[in-house]
Design a protein around this ligand. Structure first.
Ligand code: SF4
Ligand code: SF4
Ligand code: SF4
Ligand code: FES
Length: 569
C-alpha cells in the first residue's frame, strides 16, 4: 500500500511500513544518522537522526518511526541542528579518539558527522579512556574505549547464529563482552556494522610495510576476486567501479615486485572442487558436498555442526592454492628461492587472517614445509596503506597482473559474489562430464543475487542435482537443520559467511548495505560476461600448469587439497 507524507513541505509518495529515515534516503533527503544500518533493526541509540513531526511535541528519531499517511516532517531546523550537535558531542565522550592510529581515519563516519554538524568531539573528556583492548582470536580486535553502546555488533553476531557478543554492565556502561562459552567464527560482520570503528580487523600493514622498505625479499601481492569492484569506493569512485588494472598499478607503485590475481587461484579451486563434485556424482547416489573456500563458514561447521565436517570439500581456498603454486611452480620457473618470496594476500575478509594460521593450510613439498601465504591485508588495510603513501588509486597507471597468474576465467572472478563458487564448479563439472555431447550452458542465474538462500536444480548428463547457495551463517544454520532432517535435500551447498558473499566481506570498504553489495556483485558478473574464457576448465594457463607441474595425484594433493578436523581453539 502507498502512503503520502510531506518532508520539508515536499510531497512524497512511499510504500507503507517504511521508516521516515528510509523514505528520506530513498528521496535523497539527507538526515544525519550513525547507529542506523539497513541490515539491522533500529535501536535509536545515537539520537542524531532527530526530526520534528507535526502534532508531536518532542523531536523523534526518524530511524525508528514508521511513516504514517499524512505525516508532516521537518528535518533541518536550527533547533534540530543544535540537538544533533550536542548529542554527537555527548556520544563522543564514550569514544576515545585516536584518529592518527585508526585505520578508518580517512573514511570515518564519526569525523564526517562531526564536520557536518560542527560538533566539537573533544568537548567532553573521554569517559572510557581506561577501557581495554580485547582480541577475538587472530582476526578481530575490539577497542572497548571507542564503543558507543549501540549494540549493532551484538545483533549482527546473533544474526550469524553465533551469539559470541554479550552485554555486561561495567562501570555504568552496557559493555560488549565476548562469550566464555561460544566461539567467534571471525566473519567480521560485527566490524562492518560498527559505526565508530570500535571493532576492526587485527592490523598487519605494519608487518608488510617493513619488507616494502627493506627489499631483501621478493614481494608478491595477490588480490582476491571481489576487491576489483569494491576498493574504488575508498577513493571516491562510484560504487561497483571496476578497478582491476588500476589496482595492479597502485600495488606496483607501493613497491610490490609481482602482482597476481587470486581469481586464477579460484580457477584451480574450481577445477578441484568440480572433480570432487563429479566423483560424488558418478558414485551413483551423490552425497552432500559443501564449499570450503570461506574460512568463517568452515569454522562455523567445525564449532557448531561438526557432524558435517566430512561433507566439506577438501579443495583449498584460492589464495592458498595460488600461494602454494607461487612458492613451488613459479619459484622454480623463475629460479627464485622460495625462502626469498614473501606472499601478501589482499582479501575482503578478516577470517583469512585466521585461515593462514591454520596448520591445515601448510604443506610439504620436496621435503620442506611451506606456508603458502605470509600475510593477509584486508581491502581497507590496503586502501589505508595506499593513502598513507599518497597513492591515489583513481589516478594510478593501469597495468596488467603478472603472468602466469594474471588472466583468470570469468568463473574465477564471480567467486567474489554469493553463488559464484557454485556456478563456477557447475560450469567446469558440466565440461568434465561432457554433457552427453550437448552444448554446455554457462550461466546459472538461479544461484545469483542477494537473497540469503538460493536454490535450484542442475542437470548433469541427464541426472538432477539439487543445489543451494547460501550467504550468512544464520541462513546456513537453516539449511543445515533442513539437511539434518532430510539428508537428500541438496547434493551441493555453497556457503559464504558474509551477506552477498565476499563483496560484503568483513574487510571491505565501509559503509556497505544491500544496494552497495548488489553493485559490487553486478560488476563481477559484467566482467565475467565479457571474458573470452568463462570456465576454469578452459583456462589455458591452468591447463599448462596441470601438464607441466600438477602432473600426478600426489602433487595435486600437496598443493590443492587439505583435510578439516575439529580444531582445538
Ligand atoms: S567476527 Fe563474526 S562471529 Fe566474531 S564476534 Fe564478530 S560477528 Fe560475531
Ligand atoms: S562495538 Fe561498535 S557496534 Fe558494537 S556496540 Fe560498540 S559501537 Fe556499537
Ligand atoms: S564470505 Fe568471503 S569475506 Fe566473508 S568470511 Fe567468507 S571468505 Fe571471508
Ligand atoms: S540513526 Fe537514528 S538514533 Fe541513531
Amino acid at each position: 500500500m502507498e502512503i503520502k507524507i510531506k518532508i520539508n513541505n515536499k510531497e512524497i509518495t512511499a510504500q507503507d511500513g517504511k521508516t521516515i529515515l528510509e523514505i528520506a534516503k530513498e528521496n535523497n533527503i539527507h538526515i544525519p544518522s550513525l547507529c542506523y544500518h539497513s541490515d539491522l533493526t533500529p535501536k535509536a541509540s545515537c539520537r542524531l537522526c532527530l526530526v520534528n513531526i507535526k502534532g508531536i511535541n518532542n523531536p523523534q528519531t526518524s530511524c525508528s518511526i514508521i511513516a504514517q499517511d499524512g505525516m508532516e516532517i521537518e528535518t533541518n531546523t536550527p533547533e534540530l541542528a543544535m540537538l544533533r550537535k550536542t548529542n554527537l558531542e555527548l556520544l563522543s565522550a564514550q569514544h576515545k579518539e585516536e584518529c592518527p592510529d585508526c585505520v578508518l581515519q580517512y573514511n570515518c563516519q564519526l569525523l564526517k558527522l562531526a564536520k557536518e554538524l560542527k560538533a566539537d568531539i573533544l568537548k567532553f573528556s573521554d569517559r572510557k579512556k581506561d577501557f581495554p583492548l580485547i582480541e577475538f582470536g587472530p582476526s578481530v580486535v575490539f577497542d572497548s574505549s571507542k564503543c558507543i553502546d549501540c549494540r549493532n555488533c551484538v545483533e549482527a553476531c546473533a544474526n550469524q547464529s553465533v551469539g559470541y557478543l554479550e552485554i555486561e554492565n561495567k562501570k555504568g556502561f552496557n559493555q560488549i563482552t565476548p562469550s566464555k562459552t561460544k566461539s567467534c567464527i571471525y566473519c567480521g560482520l560485527c566490524i562492518t556494522h560498527c559505526p565508530v570503528g570500535a571493532l576492526e580487523a587485527k592490523s598487519e600493514f605494519e608487518q608488510v610495510e617493513e619488507p616494502l622498505k627493506n627489499k631483501n625479499k621478493i614481494l608478491v601481492f595477490q588480490f582476491a576476486p571481489s576487491i576489483r569492484s569494491s576498493i574504488g569506493e575508498e577513493f571516491e569512485m562510484p560504487q561497483g567501479a571496476i578497478v582491476t588494472d588500476q589496482l595492479v598499478g597502485a600495488i606496483k607503485q607501493l613497491g610490490a615486485d609481482y602482482v597476481f590475481d587470486v581469481s586464477c587461484g579460484a580457477d584451480f579451486t574450481t577445477f578441484e572442487e568440480a572433480k570432487e563434485m563429479v566423483e560424488k556424482f558418478e558414485s551413483g547416489k551423490p552425497s552432500l558436498l559443501m564449499s570450503s573456500c570461506c574460512p568463517a563458514w568452515v569454522r562455523f561447521v567445525e564449532k557448531y555442526y561438526p557432524e558435517f565436517i566430512p561433507n566439506i570439500a577438501t579443495s583449498r581456498p584460492p589464495h592458498i592454492i595460488l600461494g602454494g603454486l607461487i612458492k613451488t611452480y613459479w619459484a622454480a620457473k623463475e629460479k627464485i628461492s622460495p625462502k626469498k618470496i614473501f606472499v601478501v594476500s589482499i582479501m575482503p575478509c578478516v577470517a583469512k587472517k585466521y585461515e593462514i594460521t591454520r596448520k591445515e593450510m601448510l604443506f610439504k613439498y620436496n621435503g620442506a614445509n611451506f606456508a603458502p601465504v605470509d600475510y593477509v591485508l584486508t581491502t581497507r588495510e590496503l586502501a589505508y596503506l595506499l593513502k598513507k603513501r599518497g597513492i591515489d588509486l583513481a589516478k594510478a597507471t593501469p597495468q596488467k597482473a603478472d603472468n602466469p597468474f594474471g588472466e583468470p576465467s570469468g568463473s574465477g572472478v564471480i567467486y567474489g559474489a554469493s553463488g559464484g563458487v557454485m556456478e563456477s564448479a557447475i560450469r567446469t563439472a558440466t565440461k568434465i562430464l561432457g554433457n552427453n555431447g550437448n552444448p554446455v550452458a554457462v550461466d546459472f542465474p538461479k544461484v545469483r543475487g542477494q537473497e540469503g538462500i538460493k536454490v535450484g536444480q542442475v542437470e548433469l548428463n541427464g541426472k538432477i542435482l539439487n543445489v543451494a547457495a547460501v550467504s550468512g551463517t544464520g541462513n546456513a544454520k537453516i539449511v543445515l537443520e533442513q539437511l539434518k532432517k532430510n539428508p537428500d535435500l541438496y547434493q551441493c551447498v555453497e556457503v559464504m559467511a558474509c551477506p552477498g558473499g565476499c563483496i560484503g566481506g568483513g574487510g571491505q570498504p565501509l559503509p556497505q548495505d544491500k544496494q552497495i553489495r548488489q553493485k559490487r556483485a553486478q560488476a563481477l558478473y559484467n566482467i565475467d560476461e565479457k571474458k573470452k574464457t568463462r570456465t576454469a576448465f578452459d583456462n589455458p594457463d591452468l591447463k599448462k600448469i596441470y601438464k607441466d607441474f600438477l602432473k600426478n595425484e600426489k602433487i595435486i594433493k600437496q598443493i590443492c587439497h587439505t583435510e578439516y578436523k575439529n580444531p582445538k581453539s
